[in-house]
Ligand binder design. Structure first.
Ligand code: NOJ
Length: 536
């Protein structure tokens, strides 16, 4: 059959032939154009083997490249991560967010995806991924993967085709203009990039990350097929990258456009057609509106209040007390993540002050929300002394006092500055370590439905003293956090008169009773936490 190079997208069955026929057709690409998988994927839910409450637990954010190397090439991989699942189970997490695991052009963080339906070869294979899922599920741990809908890599076959010529069937999968549009400034830079063929394409983050045209229903449909590809394999959900950037309507209308919420609502419904899946979105600019569209979103901004509260800043304590008075209880909370715009590693932000570190951890683990621990946060990993920017935050996991705990080869990146003291092996051996503090609080949270799933009530700040209550069914937890450097006594009113509240944390604490007026006085040592429980 003779095919013409059409502007319109050919029927799917003709696609590969059409691409071959059009290769080199006016765009400077002399060889055959690359192909990729556009086959439709129907929903086929394998079900969920996870406990019904897995989504109300604590998650760990894992950078696979930096977590554990199983084959000595200096790069972390899926088999390495699978081998560490017992550690994560013992930490108490019930979910993992894996930063991108698909093949990428950037060869590092993975957000420049070149193939949406397989695994980055340096991380392993689809079979390794299936085994990771199986092993995680066997431990009651769900696995959520990063999904980048906003942009692909410039080397993705769809963009290679799109760039090839204005007549290419994939042209309209990306955002093109015949001349450079003026007046744009996205994150401090011009997002229009010269393709060198007389046209300009839009890429909000990097010229090697062209934005998809998500006004094109075919692109959205293909993303939905990709999502079903992973959901059908049993993946437990997604972290959606950059949802504020999905659609552009003009130089003053490129962020959090109305269409973005519609797109994420569709995705939430797609995932909702599968059993017990979880979707969480990244929108630093508009986290709360996206929490509704997506089902959950990261609580950007709140982390700085938590960290400043831990430093004893009374205005921040006030802000922390008020946050969940209005924010959805399902906000995904965190102290820091893999992006430096969200803050340095918690250790570095707190100058290695472990008392403050514990207060920040306790706040995140006892307030509502779904807490996400950035890998190594639980042992106080610092950034790399020799690095700056994002790479500083993305160092190999400090399993032991040297890089040998991560790899038998040469690590792909410098290790954390404090690996000699803040490492897993040392902290497992020390009952008073940060690691054991995290474990104790996560275990407490898991043991009390009021903490893991309860509502938020009576949030109040008095100087550096924070009190709040969490309520689920007949269980009420009273939480008091003293960020100050002197002992203090919290006064909590409105409780039943003459009633005993059972001590829940710390283990050395004692039960306390309310007075005849229903007021509880809670003495709290400096920089410490108390949790008491009332059951009706
Ligand atoms: C946000 C991600 O967190 C960041 O690491 C990435 O570079 C950008 N989105 C672009 O994908």
């Amino acid at each position: 059959m003779k095919l013409r190079c059409l502007r319109a997208r050919p029927a799917a069955a003709l696609l590969l032939l059409a691409l071959a026929a059009c290769g080199g057709g006016g765009g400077g690409n002399d060889g055959p154009l690359p192909t990729f998988d556009t086959s439709a994927v129907a929903a086929a839910d394998p079900g969920s083997p996870l406990p019904a409450d897995w989504r109300s637990g604590v998650f760990a954010e894992i950078f696979v490249r930096a977590y554990k190397d199983s084959d000595g090439d200096g790069i972390g991989d899926l088999r390495g991560l699978t081998a560490q699942l017992d550690y994560l189970r013992d930490l108490g997490v019930s979910g993992l967010w894996l930063m991108p695991v698909m093949p990428s052009q950037d060869g590092d963080h993975g957000y420049a995806v070149t193939d949406y339906r397989t695994i980055e070869p340096r991380y392993g294979s689809l079979a390794d991924f299936d085994e990771l899922l199986r092993q995680a599920h066997a431990r009651g741990i769900g696995v959520v993967i990063d999904y980048v809908m906003n942009h692909s890599a410039a080397q993705h076959p769809a963009f290679v085709n799109s760039r090839d010529s204005s007549a290419n069937p994939w042209r309209d999968w990306y955002v093109w203009q015949p001349s450079k549009p003026g007046g744009w400034n996205v994150f401090g830079a011009d997002p229009w990039h010269n393709a060198g063929n007389g046209y300009y394409y839009y890429g909000a983050f990097w010229d090697q990350m062209p934005d998809f045209n998500l006004k094109n229903a075919a692109v959205v449909g293909w993303h939905h097929d990709n999502l079903r590809f992973w959901l059908n394999r049993g993946v437990d959900g997604f972290r959606f990258d950059a949802v504020g950037n999905l659609v552009e309507n003009g130089p003053s209308a490129w962020e959090s456009q109305p269409q973005n919420y519609v797109l994420m609502d569709q995705v939430r419904q797609l995932a909702g057609g599968y059993a017990q899946r979880y979707v969480v979105c990244e929108s630093p600019a508009n986290p709360i509106p996206f929490a509704t569209a997506c089902g959950a979103a990261f609580a950007f901004g709140h982390q700085f209040d938590v960290i400043n509260a831990a430093k004893g800043d009374t205005a921040a304590v006030q802000a922390v007390a008020g946050y969940f008075a209005t924010a959805p209880l399902g906000m995904a909370t965190f102290a820091s993540n893999h992006d430096s715009f969200a803050g340095q590693r918690l250790w570095d932000q707190l100058g290695g002050d472990q008392a403050r570190y514990r207060m920040a951890a306790a706040t995140t683990l006892l307030q509502p929300g779904t807490p996400f621990i950035y890998y190594g946060e639980e042992i106080g990993m610092a950034g790399a002394a020799s690095l700056t920017g994002d790479p500083k935050l993305r160092t190999p996991m400090s399993w032991s006092g040297t890089a040998a705990g991560f790899t038998s080869g040469t690590p792909f990146r410098a290790v954390s500055a404090n690996i000699a003291t803040q490492n897993v092996a040392a902290q497992q051996a020390d009952p008073n370590s940060l690691l054991n503090y995290y474990k104790a609080l996560i275990s407490l949270r898991r043991s009390l439905p009021s903490l893991s799933q309860g509502s938020y009530a009576a949030g109040s700040a008095a100087g550096t003293l924070l009190t709040f209550q969490r309520v689920a069914g007949g269980e009420r937890s009273v939480v008091v956090i003293n960020y100050g450097t002197a002992p203090a006594t919290a006064t909590v009113g409105g409780l039943p008169a003459g009633t005993v509240l059972a001590n829940a944390f710390p283990p050395s604490g004692t039960d306390l009773s309310t007075d005849a007026g229903g007021t509880l006085s809670v003495p709290v040592p400096a920089q410490s936490v108390r949790v008491l429980v009332l059951r009706s």
